[in-house]
Each structure stands twice: as C-alpha cells, then as structure tokens.
Design a protein around this ligand. Sequence first.
Ligand SMILES: NC(=O)c1ccc[n+]([C@@H]2O[C@H](COP(=O)([O-])OP(=O)(O)OC[C@H]3O[C@@H](n4cnc5c(N)ncnc54)[C@H](O)[C@@H]3O)[C@@H](O)[C@H]2O)c1
Length: 443
Amino acid sequence: MPTRRNFLAATMSLGVPAILPRHGRGADGPNERVGVGFIGTGNQGMGLLQRFLAADMGNVVGVCDVNRGSLGYKEPAHFYGLEPAAALVAKDAGAKGRPAECGAYDDFRRLLDRKDVDAVVIVVPDHWHAIMTIMAADAGKDIYCEKPLSFAIGEGRRMIEAVRRGKRVLQTGSQERSNQVSRFVCEAVRAGRIGQIRRVVTTVGFNNKTGPGPGWSPMPVPPTFAYRRWLGPAPDQPYHEDRCLYRFRFNYDYSGGQITNFGAHSNDMAHWGMGVDTGGPVELECLDAKFLPAGSLFNTALETRFRCRYANGVELICESGPESVQTRFEGTDGWMQTGYRGTTASDPALLEGLPPKGTGTGDPHSRHLANFMDCVKTRAEPAAPVEVGHASSALCHAANALIRLFPETGPGHVARWDAARDCFVDDDAANRMLVPAQRDPWS
Ligand SMILES: NC(=O)c1ccc[n+]([C@@H]2O[C@H](COP(=O)([O-])OP(=O)(O)OC[C@H]3O[C@@H](n4cnc5c(N)ncnc54)[C@H](O)[C@@H]3O)[C@@H](O)[C@H]2O)c1
C-alpha cells in the first residue's frame, strides 16, 4: 500500500516521464508481455493496479494522473494519485528483480504517444471515459474502461464506432461479468430455471457521502492537483475538494450518482439474465426521486425508484436500497437473486450447481482484468465488450434523464424509449436531458 513516506520519496515530477527503456515488443504473440498504461490512479485505479501487479499480468510501462498524490479519496486516510502509483510500480519491479521502467504522466496524451503502450486501463471520472477511449482506440491501443462506459448516451455510440473501426479490444469494467456466481445466476435464469421471467428488481445503494450544502465556499486548488485537467470537458466551476476525488460521482457534471455508479452493475446483470445484452427497454418511468436542497454541491438523486418495460413485457424496477448492488429475477417458477451480499433463491434447489464461496471463484476484478489481458493477446471478445457496456450505461442514462425531470413532472411521466437510436420518442424535454454541456476543445 502506498504511504506518505514513499510518496515523499518518489522522485518524478509532473510532465517529466521517469523514462523507461522499452524491452518487450508488446502483444505480438500470445506469449509476449503486454505493455500497459494506467490512466487514473485513484480509488479504483490503485486497486486495479495492485491486482495487475500481484498477478503479474504484463508490463506497466506508464501511469497517469492529474493529482500528484493526496490523502482523502474514498476515505480520508486513502493516499492515492500519480506518485503513489509510480512508487508502487517501482517497488513491485524491485521485488521482482526487474528494471524500474514506469513513466509518470499528468497528460494522458503523452502516454498514448508511447509505442510500447499496447493497452490502457482507464479509471478516471466518467466525464473523461469517452474522450480517452476514442483517442486510445485511434492510437491503436486496446482498452479496459471502467463502468459506466459513458458519461452521456451519445458518447457510447461513438465509442463503439472507434473501437470497431480500429479493431480494438475493449473491456467495460463491469467485473460481475467475470464473477462466476453472477454468471451462474444469469445463465440459469436465461436457461429458464425460474420459468418465464416476469419481473427484475435491481438495487442501487444509497449515497455514501455527504457534500457541502447551499452557500458552500470554494477552496484553494492544492498545488499538487491539476484541477483544469481534471475538469477537462466539464463546465468551469470553482474548486472544492468534495467535487473531485471519489465524490465526483455525486455531481451530474461528471457522473450520474448511484444510478450509474451501482446501477451500471445491477442493471447490467439484469440485462445479462434477461438476454438483452445489447438492447434496452421500450418504456421508462421515474416513480420517485429525492434530492438535496438546491445549491448543494452534490446534486445527484439521493433516493430513486424507476421502472422500465421491455418489448417482451418484462418489467424492471430499479430502486435505492441498503444493498449497493443486487439483482433479483422473478419468474413463473420462482426467483433468484444475487449481488454484493450473497445469492439466494425461492427454493434452494434453484441454486444447485452454484460455485461455492471462496473456492476457485477468485476476485472478480482480477478475473475481469485477466480476461481483458487474455483477449489483448488472442483478439477474442472480452466478457463485457463495448456494446454491452453501452447498453447498460444507456439504460442508466435514460433513467437519469427522467429522474432529473422528476421534480418538475412528478410521477406519471411515462416515456417511450427507442434503444436502437438511444433516444426518447416524441419527448423533447427528456431528450434534452441526455445531452450534457461540454467545453472546447473536448466537446
Ligand atoms: N468496477 C467497479 O466496481 C468500480 C469501483 C469504483 C470505481 N469505478 C469507476 O472507476 C472510475 C473512477 O472512480 P474512482 O472511485 O477511482 O475515482 P477517484 O476520484 O478515486 O479516481 C479517479 C482518478 O482519476 C484522476 N483523473 C481525473 N481526470 C484525469 C485526467 N484527465 N487524466 C488523468 N487522471 C485523471 C483523478 O485525479 C483521480 O486520481 C469511475 O468511472 C467509477 O465509476 C468502478
């Protein structure tokens, strides 16, 4: 784990890569070591980097972050950013007796310039996902991009085009697709074990952080943090620490609240079990949404409930609850549910064959990264390809459009959805909510 001491000991300076000669040739064959760059080394990025190094999945040839390093990520004591990440890679190389050859960048474009970067792992706030993915695909890199795949619905289609045009491998960071328990449940449901599916109920956790209320005061930007680069395409706003690290997910300028945070997992599993991996609903309605007082820094919904109807009549209800990620399939012959807190069913016989806990199932994050790395070498389709990531993100974005309108419309605003075109049918107000304001040169 990076510490304050190894942060201070780190010698890199922003924008000046600690240069690394390239010895490997990348993914020229299934036995070649792949050169990988990690973009975004915060809460999730550091976790993925640690797993990558622990399993020795390839060569980390560069890390990139706009924060040199600070405390105060998901928890106050979490110390992440560029220098802790570079120090971690250097320490790992030392332990493995390899030369320290990791570059450190505060501009992801410099990382993409490197010929020895075969693949990138993009773990930045959502408002950067599409830009980085498209530029990486155009630069010939394979991509692991965190969920939700996109920040806005239109970006998803452009990400698909860029990935397919460039013949790139893209893995969406929906690691439940590499979780053997989730796979068991979704495949059992698809195979008809609970009969015909009638309803799917998914949960998203309640907000786990509180930001400053109306009248909050801006803070000075820390000298170690390139705030302009962090904002990128997002609207220009004064700095506050609760706007950025980890807590960005509670502001609609950068993310979609728990609907896209946890909903990208629970609703993705819903699609998986329902067999609509690349489809979407035909109708949505927000049933309830509660927000903090206007002027609060956090403006995403605190609690929500929405419903969708699919063309085959199946209903999906997504609601805030104590379970951060839970997906429950209800069918004519029983129900099964799975999520972060376990797997249960209306009849234990429905779970026959369930992989036993902790025996060979492995950590889903590691399995998902390893699946990506295998696909980089074999060029096979990964567990969560770009179209799958787009479909589950699109559902969350469509729901968020109605959730955000809820204070005006109240319940009863039933909107028809065209999943092939990613837009509402004859609903200008809802369609306007799908397009975020973005700034040049990134818009
Ligand atoms: N799959 C999962 O279960 C899972 C879990 C947590 C987070 N995530 C996803 O990972 C992403 C990041 O979330 P997090 O919790 O790690 O956030 P975070 O704020 O802790 O980390 C993001 C990092 O990206 C850096 N960054 C921002 N803009 C950058 C830029 N232009 N160039 C380089 N670095 C930049 C930030 O400085 C920060 O260090 C989100 O999309 C989130 O949804 C996925």
